[in-house]
Each structure stands twice: as structure tokens, then as C-alpha cells.
Design a protein around this ligand. Structure first.
Ligand SMILES: NC(=O)c1ccc[n+]([C@@H]2O[C@H](COP(=O)([O-])OP(=O)(O)OC[C@H]3O[C@@H](n4cnc5c(N)ncnc54)[C@H](O)[C@@H]3O)[C@@H](O)[C@H]2O)c1
Length: 443
């Protein structure tokens, strides 16, 4: 069983955090200077909670908390420095004693906790989370010293990560919500703490991927030209206890592509995964295809991948790591009727993927392509309307060419994208992964 120390656990956010851990099956050392409310909270929570009454500004309290975790639970897996006090006074009204007390509890205690916990947490695992505050980033009226302590807490966390825990504790930037958040952050996901940009995530495959990536611990930037679609995806991710932000961007527009890359890197600190998923269909034989349709399909499906990658890659090069997934299609490898512009665009993506891989391998960046068959999404609904006399007739024709006799689901492609995004595919480079229900296998 995992164990955690939560300071300031008698009431408020600390009590909520202790409760969430206990509910998730963790053993909790709950620390607070107010003994009676602490005991009441522990009794209310139930589960495996031991209490320690003490002042976190005293180094001995933090040492005792770690000793308690080790003695009673056999070790320590996480610590949450939550205890804090406020001071609603301007600087000229504040006394040196108030200054010292505020910084002792809100800042120095974090140092004591980190130092006490560090050895017990181990070198390669464990999590130290500091409950800082938005007021450390954006000033709050009438509380300058309190804001300063929270700014210090944030800086401390960023500057001195615990091994195996880099960057945790600042997820509010990616819009986490819901009480399941703590549980998710502590679970071992395949994309824990990865910052993932998914274009075209306001619908279909992109939406399913956003949900799956977030479920696996990622912070997902949901980019789409359709703002309402992107916001709906974010709502679904939040309802599922995950972390996501909506980003309104047209991948064809260089300014939008640059903004998407630079703003994400600035607010989230890095970009670990780019899933170039946005795309549109183009129906028609070559001689029937208008030059406008040809240009539009090429613009979204190829130029869009070029532009977003162009601005994301420098951020990945800087960190010497990254995984880029480009959305191609089975049609890049097989001929299908009336899809000239679309097939050309997806063939270009497969070629581009290999070229990118060669160039970026020295920088620790993997580039792979996904080649889905026919997947039941709004995209295919449109194609069915435009390409067949009736929807049913179209579905019948498509089912006939599948070895599964059925269309794929967005989740089928999302699972393949997750594999390419995660470290499980660390030896997969410049590949095209088919997710096509056996279309190429014939029948
Ligand atoms: N559904 C399939 O059968 C299938 C098969 C192979 C490949 N694909 C590819 O998978 C990707 C996703 O398709 P889907 O089926 O989920 O489609 P979808 O229509 O459900 O979703 C596509 C999303 O891309 C967004 N988008 C379109 N143009 C954009 C632009 N200029 N900038 C930003 N966002 C834009 C749309 O708003 C939409 O939310 C596409 O690249 C498509 O070509 C789909």
C-alpha cells in the first residue's frame, strides 16, 4: 500500500487531499498544529489515517512525520506540503514577526518537508507536491507578503524537482478539475505528466485520443479550428477527472500554428507529444476535383502538419525529446475510388514522416504515422453522404472490404496513438502503423 504525508490536513484543502488519498487506498500521515480538528477530520475520513499534531515550521515535526510513515507503513511514496497561513495586510502595516511567521510556515516548512522526505522517497520514485497558489503568479489585493510566499513556493518547486517527479505540482495551468485529480496524479499512467498537443481534437479520433491520453495522465492541449468542439472535448476530459485546455487554432494559418506551439511551451513548460491529427476529406476523381478543393485538402492535411510541426519541433529539440504522430491513412498505400486529393495528401504525410524522422532522430524526437482504415466518425458520415447514393449502401460497401466486417471506432485509433506517444514505442521510429481492420489483407 502507498503512503503519503499531508500537512495542514485538519481542514479545508488539506483535509480534502487527505480524504482523496485515503479513498484511493493510500495510508495517510495527517499533520496539523490544531490537534482536536485534526482528530475529528481523521475520524471522519476513516481508512488508514494516522495523525501528528505539530507545527510544520519546526523541522522536528517534518522529521517525525516521515519517521511515522516509515515506521507505520514501511516507507513513504508521496508528500504534500499544504499547510499555510494568510496575512491580509499591506507591507507598511506588517511587522517583522508577521513576516517571519508567514515565511516560516509557507516556505521554510516546505524546505523541511522536502529535506525530511527526500531520502525516504528514494532516488527514482516518489512525489513531492507543493500547494502553492495562483496568487504566486498573479497578485492579490491587500496580501503582498502572502503572495510573495506563494511565489517562492512555486519557484522552489520548479527549481528543485524531486527525482522522478519533475514538474509536478503546477498542473493547474492545464486546467485540471474535479476531486479525482489527486488520485489521477498519483496513479501510474502511460503518459503521466506529458504535455500533449492534439490538433483536430474537437471531434472523432482527436477527441477519443484526448480522452485516452488524459486518462493516462497527460495534460492535453485540445487544438481545433472548431472552438465549440474543442471546448466540448475539454469538458468531457474534465468530467473524466483529466487535465486539458482548449486552444482555438487553424492549422493552415502560420500565426495560429506558432501561437499554439509557443504558448503551450510557455505555459506548460514543454511539449512532449504532438499528434498532427486535424484533417479533412476530399471526394472525387482527379479530373473532377476542383483546384479549390485540391488546394484546400492539401492545405489542411499537408501544410497544416508542416506548419504545426515547424513551430513545435524547436521546443522538442530544446528538451532533446519528443514524439510526433502524423495522421496519414490506409489510402496512402491502397487505391480507393474517388479520393484523388485525399489520397495524395495522406501519401505525402507518410513520406514527410520518414523524412522528418531522419532529420530529428539525433535530437531524441521520434516521428511516426498512423494509417487508419475506415473509422466511424463525423468525417466518414460526410464521406458517406457525398460518395454513395445512400448512407446504408455506403456502409455496406465499406463493411464488405473489412476483415472485421465492421468499421473501426475512434478509440481503436486512439489506442494506437497512445502507443506511439508513450515510451512503450521508444524503438519505433519513422513507421506507419495501420489500424484498418484488415482492409489490406483482402478477403
Ligand atoms: N475517419 C476515418 O475513417 C479516417 C481514416 C483515415 C484517416 N483519418 C484521418 O484522421 C484525422 C481525424 O479524422 P476524424 O475521422 O476524427 O474526423 P473529424 O471530422 O471527426 O475530426 C476532424 C477534426 O479536425 C478539425 N479540423 C479540420 N480542419 C482544421 C484546421 N484547418 N485546423 C484545425 N482543426 C481542423 C475539425 O474541426 C474536426 O474537429 C483526419 O486527419 C483524417 O484524415 C480518418
Amino acid at each position: 500500500m502507498s503512503s503519503v504525508i499531508v500537512t495542514g490536513a485538519a481542514k479545508g484543502i488539506g483535509a480534502g487531499i487527505a480524504e482523496a488519498f485515503a479513498r484511493a487506498g493510500w495510508s495517510v500521515v495527517a499533520v496539523d498544529r490544531d490537534k482536536a480538528p485534526l482528530e475529528q477530520t481523521a475520524a471522519r475520513i476513516g481508512g488508514t489515517v494516522v495523525t501528528l499534531a505539530g507545527d510544520v515550521a519546526d523541522r522536528a515535526t517534518n522529521d517525525a512525520a516521515v519517521k511515522l510513515a516509515v515506521d507505520r507503513f514501511g516507507g513513504l511514496d508521496a508528500a504534500v506540503g499544504n499547510a499555510g497561513v494568510t496575512l491580509a495586510k499591506l507591507i507598511d502595516d506588517s511587522t517583522p514577526q508577521e513576516f517571519d511567521r508567514l515565511f516560516s510556515i509557507n516556505v521554510k516548512a516546505l524546505m523541511y518537508l522536502a529535506q525530511a522526505a527526500h531520502k525516504a522517497l528514494g532516488k527514482t520514485k516518489g512525489s513531492l507536491t507543493v500547494i502553492a497558489s495562483k496568487t504566486g503568479l498573479v497578485a492579490q489585493r491587500d496580501s503582498p507578503l502572502y503572495c510573495a510566499t506563494k511565489g517562492a513556493a512555486i519557484q522552489d518547486r520548479v527549481g528543485r524537482p524531486v527525482p522522478g517527479d519533475a514538474g509536478r505540482g503546477l498542473h493547474h495551468r492545464c486546467g485540471a478539475s474535479g476531486r479525482r485529480r489527486v488520485h489521477r496524479r498519483m496513479s501510474k499512467g502511460r503518459l503521466d505528466d506529458r504535455v500533449c498537443v492534439i490538433t483536430g481534437a474537437g471531434s472523432g479520433i482527436g477527441r477519443a485520443s484526448a480522452l485516452l491520453f488524459a486518462r493516462e495522465g497527460a495534460c492535453v492541449v485540445v487544438a481545433d479550428v472548431d472552438r465549440a468542439g474543442a471546448e466540448e472535448t475539454v469538458k468531457l476530459v474534465h468530467a473524466d477527472g483529466g487535465k486539458a485546455n482548449a486552444f482555438s487554432a487553424d492549422v493552415v494559418d502560420p500565426d495560429d500554428a506558432r501561437r499554439l506551439a509557443d504558448e503551450t511551451a510557455r505555459t506548460e513548460g514543454r511539449i512532449d507529444v504532438l499528434f498532427n491529427n486535424a484533417g479533412i476529406a476530399g471526394v472525387g476523381t482527379l479530373h473532377e476535383t476542383s483546384t479549390e478543393l485540391w488546394d484546400k485538402v492539401m492545405a489542411v492535411n499537408v501544410r497544416g502538419v508542416f506548419l504545426v510541426s515547424k513551430f513545435v519541433v524547436p521546443h522538442m529539440i530544446e528538451k532533446k525529446r519528443g514524439s510526433i504522430i502524423n495522421m496519414s491513412s490506409t489510402i496512402a498505400e491502397i487505391g480507393l475510388a474517388q479520393r484523388a486529393s485525399y489520397a495524395a495528401s495522406k501519401g505525402a504525410i507518410l513520406a514527410l514522416t520518414r523524412a522528418m524522422q531522419v532529420d530529428y532522430a539525433p535530437f531524441g524526437i521520434r516521428v511516426n504515422a498512423l494509417l487508419p482504415g475506415t473509422i466511424a466518425t463525423p468525417f466518414v458520415e460526410k464521406y458517406l453522404r457525398e460518395s454513395y447514393p445512400s448512407r446504408e449502401e455506403g456502409l455496406k460497401a465499406i463493411r464488405k472490404r473489412q476483415l472485421t466486417s465492421e468499421l473501426g471506432k475512434p478509440e481503436d485509433v486512439a489506442s494506437a496513438a497512445l502507443f506511439l506517444a508513450s515510451d512503450e514505442s521508444s524503438f519505433v521510429m519513422g513507421s506507419g502503423l495501420f489500424v484498418d481492420g484488415g482492409v489490406r489483407g483482402g478477403k
